[in-house]
Design a protein around this ligand. Structure first.
Ligand code: FES
Ligand code: FES
Length: 160
């Protein structure tokens, strides 16, 4: 079985995996990093979103052999103490319901803000529309992102 050395969250992990094993399988089943979720397995829901060199990708559909020397960031590596501004905003706006989709939502939002620190409402909606939430937390997700893009976390969290 081929060996791959993958950069994840600032460390190199050596893994044995078939070349077509999805990165999501490597993260969850080989490395035990369970923050990234399996939803559809077909690049349709966004639950498995991680960053590959700062770009949001769907790890269920990225074969381990395609990662190469790319730098992977998962929700576990987004911030040292779980205090990325988006994570703070998620708490403030009480965004999660069941929570299942939320790591993918945060990782997708974080990639958006890296490329565009001040997206318009329309740009936020467009960037986030492919990340599905069965609990319907879309309004709170948008509010949380907007609180970060406004440069501060305001104190007036609104209800959906
Ligand atoms: S599990 Fe990857 S997009 Fe749904
Ligand atoms: S919070 Fe339940 S699926 Fe999004």
């Amino acid at each position: 079985m081929p060996k791959y050395s993958i950069h994840i969250n600032g460390k190199v992990h050596d893994v044995d995996a078939l070349e077509d094993m999805p990165l999501l399988w490597v993260l969850r089943d080989i490395l035990g990093m369970k923050g990234t979720k399996f939803g559809c397995g077909k690049a349709l829901c966004g639950a498995c979103t991680v960053h590959l060199d700062d770009t949001a990708v769907r790890s269920c559909s990225v074969p381990v052999s395609a990662v190469g020397q790319g730098k992977v960031t998962t929700i576990e590596g987004l911030s040292e103490e779980g205090d990325h501004p988006l994570q703070q905003a998620w708490k403030k706006y009480i965004v999660p319901q069941c929570g299942y989709c939320q790591t993918g939502q945060i990782m997708n939002a974080a990639a958006l803000l890296k490329g565009n620190p001040a997206p318009s409402e329309a740009q936020i909606e467009q960037a986030m529309q492919g990340n599905l939430c069965r609990c319907g937390t879309y309004n709170r997700i948008k509010q949380a992102i907007q609180s970060v893009t406004a440069g501060k976390l305001d104190n007036s969290a609104k209800e959906n």
